[in-house]
Design a binder for this molecule. Sequence first.
Ligand SMILES: CC(C)(COP(=O)(O)OP(=O)(O)OC[C@H]1O[C@@H](n2cnc3c(N)ncnc32)[C@H](O)[C@@H]1OP(=O)(O)O)[C@@H](O)C(=O)NCCC(=O)NCCS
Length: 176
Amino acid sequence: MDDSKIIIRTPRLILREFSMEDASSIFQLNSDPEVIRFTGDEAFKSVEEAAQLIRDYDQYKKYGYGRWTILSDDPSEYLGWCGLNYNKDTKETDIGFRLLRSQWGKGIATEAAAACLDYGFNQLGLDKIIGRAMKENQASVRVLVKTGMRFEKDFDAHGSKCVQFCKLKYIWNPKD
Ligand SMILES: CC(C)(COP(=O)(O)OP(=O)(O)OC[C@H]1O[C@@H](n2cnc3c(N)ncnc32)[C@H](O)[C@@H]1OP(=O)(O)O)[C@@H](O)C(=O)NCCC(=O)NCCS
């Protein structure tokens, strides 16, 4: 593996920048209707479409961060992705995660998301990170809650009821 692309290590995981070798795994990930059910995304038509997404992905260059590939530490296997996304229109950074279905229910998203929040606040100097999910997507909402994010607002997207959570770097404490 190209170590220069590694961003975060956790006890079980390695998060690194997307790489062309992820194309077939990203294709496989988004081919599972259960995985994209609550995301508003469509499946790629081919591995080449997934490869094009990786080639076009310019968040690292533009903003210094983005979504990252999650690999298990040992043996090194593709698990999915997690990371931060800057939205230039709202000037907000959100956290997102997506795992192969075979990897659900092992606490992987929580471990990866907690590490990304920590990295966002303490390495990137972000003040606020939001997390959005469809209300129906209880697993996703639960990950946001477990990483210490707080409910901020309801909103509608893709014809569904959604929730926005957020976490602040500094919590104002009147006793301080
Ligand atoms: C959302 C997702 C990343 C969660 O990954 P994960 O590694 O399984 O998450 P974790 O194991 O860290 O935590 C999941 C929590 O949700 C809970 N959960 C899972 N399915 C649930 C459901 N249908 N209803 C209620 N809670 C549920 C789990 O019990 C766990 O909580 P607990 O630790 O308190 O028991 C994974 O389900 C996924 O990839 N989904 C498809 C993509 C997606 O929807 N991404 C989010 C878009 S906003």
